[in-house]
Ligand binder design. Structure first.
Ligand code: FCB
Length: 456
C-alpha cells in the first residue's frame, strides 16, 4: 500500500531566478507586472535548492512537486543545455536523499522565448517541439521519477494568454484559444506516450513506485450570481463545461470540446487522444469559488464585476459580502474542493490535489484554510474517492506571475532582501498534521482534534 503523499508544490520560473530565456522574462521586462517588478532572482532557488529541500524535509513532507524549465534545457531551438539537465538530475537526487518522492511538471506556464516567437502553442509544430524537450528530460531523469504532470493548468494558460490578457502574449484571440488547446492536447498525448514507452528500467529509492502521468488541472467552483436567473445559470454551465470539464473529458478519451458556442470556435479534434485514457491520474489545482453574471445587470457594485473587458456581456464576481477573502480577494470556500473531487470521481482515475493554498501575508488565514481544505480531502476519501495526495501551494513565497512579489503563498516565508527563509506558523501546523497521520491519508477526526487544540 503506497503512502498518502503529503507534499508542497512550486514552479521553476516562480522560484529559481534568472530564467532569462523564457517568454515571461521578456514580458516582465516590458513592464507588465504589478509595480513594474520582474522575477529577477526571486527566491534564488537555483543556488539555494538544498536549503529549500531541507525545509520540505523539516516540514515532514514525503513528496515535492516542482517543474522543469524548458527554456533552460533548450534556450535556442535544438541547442540542449547539459548543465541545466545536470542541475535537475541533481535536484532529484537531493529529493531522494530527503525521502521526497518527486512529482515533475514538464510545463508550468513558461516557454522558451524562441518557441513563443514562433507562436507558442498556436502553431502546428509546437507539439513536436515540446515532445523533443520531453524526450531529453525523460532520457536523463525518467528512471528516477515516479510522478509526472505533463502540463500545468492548460485551461488557465490559454485563457490568460488569449482572453483575459494577463499572460504573454496577451492578445485577445478566441481562435488562438482553440488552436492552443488542441496543440496542448497533442503535446500532452505525446508526452504521455514518451514517458510510458521510454522508461524501462527504474532506478533509485522510488523505483517500485508505479509511474503515473497526469495533468495539473485548475478548477474553479463557478456559481450563478443570481441563483435563479436563467441566463446567469446558463452561462455558469458554459463556464463549468469549458473551464472545468473540457480537459478531464479530453484526457480520459471522452469528447473534445475546446470551444464555447458563439464565443470560442470549437477546436479540431486530436485523433490520438480519442477513445483512450492519456492520464493515469488527474491533478486538481483548487483555490476558490466565483460567481458568473450577465448583463443587463444592475447591482450596486457592478463596475467591478466585468474586470477584463468593460464591454463584455459576461463577468466574474470574486466574492459576495460576508466572504472571507485572501490577500488577492479570492473567497475561501473549502467545500468547493470536495465538490470538485466528487465531480472528477466519474472519470475513474485516481486524483491528487496538486495545488491548494492562499495568499496570506500575515498567515492568519492559512492555518484554518489548511485545516478546512484538508478536511474536505479527508471526507472525500471516506466517501470512496481515490485521492492519493495533497500538495500545498506553495513551499515558499514566490513570484506570483502578473501580481509580482506581493502575494505570499508560502508555508515558508522568504525575505527577498536577505533570502532568509522561515517556516510560518501554518508550516508548523502542516508538520504537526502530517506527523499525526504518519503518512496515512488525512482523517476528519484527527484533523478535528488538532484543530481544537490549536483553537483557531
Ligand atoms: C496557480 C498556478 C501557480 C500559482 C497559483 C497561485 O494557478 O499554477 O503557479 O501561481 O495559481
Amino acid at each position: 500500500m503506497t503512502a498518502f503523499l503529503w507534499g508542497a508544490a512550486t514552479s521553476s520560473h516562480q522560484i529559481e531566478g534568472n530564467n532569462i530565456h523564457n517568454d515571461w522574462w521578456d514580458w516582465e521586462s516590458q513592464g507588465n507586472i504589478e509595480g513594474g517588478e520582474g522575477s529577477g532572482l526571486t527566491c534564488d532557488h537555483w543556488n539555494r535548492f538544498a536549503e529549500d529541500l531541507d525545509l520540505a524535509r523539516d516540514l515532514g513532507l514525503n513528496s515535492y512537486r516542482f517543474s522543469v524549465e524548458w527554456s533552460r534545457i533548450e534556450p535556442e531551438c535544438g541547442r540542449w543545455n547539459k548543465e541545466a539537465l545536470d542541475w535537475y538530475e541533481n535536484l532529484i537526487g537531493e529529493c531522494e536523499k530527503r525521502n521526497l518522492i518527486p512529482m515533475l511538471t514538464l510545463h508550468h506556464f513558461t516557454t522558451p522565448l524562441w518557441f513563443a516567437r514562433e507562436g507558442g502553442f498556436t502553431t502546428e509544430k509546437s507539439a513536436n517541439w515540446f515532445a523533443g524537450y520531453v524526450k531529453r528530460v525523460v532520457e536523463r531523469v525518467g528512471k528516477r521519477v515516479p510522478l509526472w504532470c505533463t502540463l500545468n493548468e492548460p485551461n488557465t494558460l490559454v485563457v490568460g494568454q488569449y482572453i483575459a490578457s494577463y499572460m504573454p502574449p496577451a492578445t485577445y484571440s478566441p481562435r488562438s484559444v482553440s488552436k492552443a488547446s488542441r496543440n496542448l492536447l497533442r503535446a500532452h498525448v505525446q508526452a504521455y506516450d514518451i514517458i510510458h514507452s521510454k522508461i524501462q528500467k527504474r532506478e533509485g529509492p522510488f523505483r517500485d513506485h508505479p509511474i503515473a502521468v497526469g495533468i495539473a488541472h485548475n478548477m474553479i467552483d463557478f456559481h450563478p450570481l443570481r441563483t435563479l436567473h436563467p441566463i446567469d445559470r446558463m452561462v455558469t454551465s458554459l463556464f463549468r463545461r469549458f473551464y472545468n470539464r473540457s480537459w478531464p473529458d479530453a484526457v480520459t478519451g471522452n469528447e473534445q470540446h475546446f470551444g464555447v458556442l458563439g464565443i470560442i470556435p470549437m477546436a479540431a479534434q486530436v485523433p490520438q487522444a480519442r477513445g483512450r485514457k492519456t492520464v493515469d491520474f488527474l491533478g486538481v489545482n483548487y483555490y476558490t469559488r466565483v460567481f458568473v453574471a450577465c448583463r443587463p445587470f444592475n447591482h450596486g457594485d457592478s463596475p467591478d464585476l466585468f474586470p477584463t473587458a468593460s464591454s463584455s456581456p459576461v463577468g466574474i464576481v470574486f466574492s459576495k459580502k460576508g466572504d472571507r477573502l485572501s490577500d488577492l480577494g479570492w473567497a475561501i470556500h473549502p467545500t468547493g474542493l470536495g465538490d470538485m473531487c466528487h465531480f472528477l470521481k466519474g472519470y475513474g482515475v485516481p486524483l491528487y490535489i496538486t495545488e491548494n493554498g492562499i495568499a496570506d501575508h500575515d498567515d492568519d488565514l492559512r492555518p484554518d484554510y489548511l485545516f478546512s481544505h484538508l478536511t474536505q480531502v479527508a471526507q472525500a476519501i471516506t466517501e470512496g474517492i481515490d485521492l492519493r495526495g495533497y500538495f500545498h501551494w506553495s513551499l515558499l513565497d514566490n513570484f506570483e506571475w502578473v501580481k509580482g512579489f506581493g502575494p505570499r503563498f508560502g508555508l515558508c516565508a522568504v525575505d527577498y532582501k536577505t533570502q532568509k527563509r522561515s517556516i510560518r506558523r501554518s508550516g508548523q501546523l502542516y508538520r504537526e498534521i502530517i506527523a499525526a497521520h504518519g503518512y496515512s491519508a488525512p482523517s476528519v477526526s484527527t484533523l478535528e482534534t488538532l484543530c481544537n487544540q490549536e483553537s483557531l
